[in-house]
Write a protein that binds this ligand. Sequence first.
Ligand SMILES: *Cc1c(COP(=O)(O)O)cnc(C)c1O
Length: 689
Amino acid sequence: MVANHVDNLYNLLSFVKKSNMEDYLKEFHTLVKVHRFAEGYAQDITSGSFFGFPLQTVVETERKLLAKETPSVAYFSMEYGLATSFYNSFHSDKPVSESNNLPKQNIFSNMRIRDYYFGFQIDSKIIDLPIYSGGLGVLAGDTLKSSADLKVSLTGIGILWRKGYFKQNFWFKDGQVPEELNWDPYTYPGLVPLDTIIKLRLKDQDLHLRLWKYYIYSSDKGHAVPLILLDSNLEENKQESRRLTDQLYRSDNAYIKIMQRLILGAGGVKALEALGYSIDRYHLNEGHAAMALVEKAGELGKDELKSIGNNFIYTCHTPVAAGHDRFPIKELGKILPDKNLEFIRDNGLENGDTANFTVLLMNLCKHVNAVAKKHGEVTRLQFPQYAGKIQSITNGVHIPTWISKDIDSVLQKYGVKTGVCFEDEGPKKLEALRANEQFRLDLWNAHQANKRQLKSIFENWGIKEDVFTLCWARRIAGYKRPSLIFKDPHRLVEIAKKTGPIQLFIAGKAHPNDSLVGTFINEIMNTIDALGSQSSVLRIVMLENYDIFFGKLLTNSVDVWLNNPLPPFEASGTSGMKAILNGVPQLSTLDGWVVEAADAGIGEIFGYRHKSGEPIGNELDLRLESDSAELYNSLEKLVKLYYETDEKGKININSKWIDLMINCLIQGHYFNTCRMVREYHDRMWFDKG
Ligand SMILES: *Cc1c(COP(=O)(O)O)cnc(C)c1O
């Protein structure tokens, strides 16, 4: 009898639960109009599930963005770095197109014979959502993740780059050969096209844009933020216009660049309206998104126009000149309605005939910020007329994405909570653990476990777990000085012979139109090739198609992270933050985020220093000679210290190396996007007054 009752009750409960779930699907359909749902998405979006994640979360997220009473933020960025392969791993019952799988990876090493025989492929690994080029995109992705973790009502806005950035191929003597990347958005798990199509009325045409959606879930899957992606590849558009959203940052043509900025900014504003989202704040990243403000201004009357900037936040991400958008008024005039052109003329004019989007946004936005303290100082030097307004909020990285399982387990074991936000007590607890020998051993072993992963992937290149390993990996840009470590190969070999063997990993894409950095890659390959005879003490492995998967692998498995930008041109940099979060020490110049951590004993700091208040200098004067000499000296110290961890084949637990690792972990408490999003939230998005 009792059992029967329980059964009945159970049936009743599951009926209630089931009908609730069906309601979610019904409500999902009213909130999110998926294009060709029945043909393409019905098996992946069901009563309880959105590509294997809770559908309820999507529905609740949409409700909040629609509600007038919930304050919401729209976050604009040209690029987003999101890797489904290890965070938000959506599941699809539909076969994924082969073009969405990671291609075979080639290696260029100083063991060339091996490169010809071996390549490798990570099993069934899906490519990152190919809509980013580097750090700016990865930061935007991490920002969305932490916003979801912190339950902020926010939506991202970006562009669905149909041909991604590019696929990189290395050819000896030719350097980097870029290839078009073709991927299939229709079978990319978690990505859905909407029926919603918006229209931009321009002087020369009506431009139609389809909206796509992708959801970034919080770590616990209970919250999410949508990412709206705009796509011009529609039959309604002229042939040339269909290709506007093909490739990220690939055009030198002013017309195409302006059109892409219009799509992001003006298209973004129109997309938010079409979806009915109630947005209170517009956060524009780089001048790329300036057209959002221009579009909004076009909708307002003269009186409202005065206070338009109050709802806008502008984040400047670089001191490098090429990062600031400038367009001839004449070119803008061919495309923009007169009203918008006039607004730009009134607020963002430079030298009479050029529009400068940085100036426009600094002029109008209530909040303007740089991305590290040092960068704030540099930005105030570059734009003295806005110095009083320019704040800084230091970048971060998303902890659950970038911390390795092994390091996190050790922290958990000793009661240091990382989770989505590194606990405030973390640094104190870690300081107290410094004297704990078992903790020191566990920490070392966790790093060794990570290193074995690296070893297993690069087994064919003879990578070992007990050899000092260094890595330089990021976008190959001039000011980042990828070839600094190769300036004097003899010295490098000398260190390896005298102090101990070295393994060196290099990875990164160069912008295909930048011929100067193209020559860096050639130079590096030539040097690597010439070091073939030294591979018994110095193994150099250069990896194609650096992405978030390899970013994670390398930042947690090497012994030292090399970061050598020319000060003061690195606004922040984030890859080193991923390394410290895993207890990996730095070999770095004093620039970007490192300025704020340099006194904390996170490794060796070397090279030219930019002094406060001095002119920022020439980004082409790379100071390779003097800085590489210092680099080698600092490297030598680290290699020496590393090999002192060895005590007759065992780890010396009291080694200073482990103190370095602990110092790094302590800094992880600050350099993360939980802290960063909280700062944006309190100081810019929802500031009082
Ligand atoms: C973190 C990351 C970057 C940024 O590296 P920086 O050192 O900050 O320039 C670039 N690309 C990928 C794939 C990353 O994961």
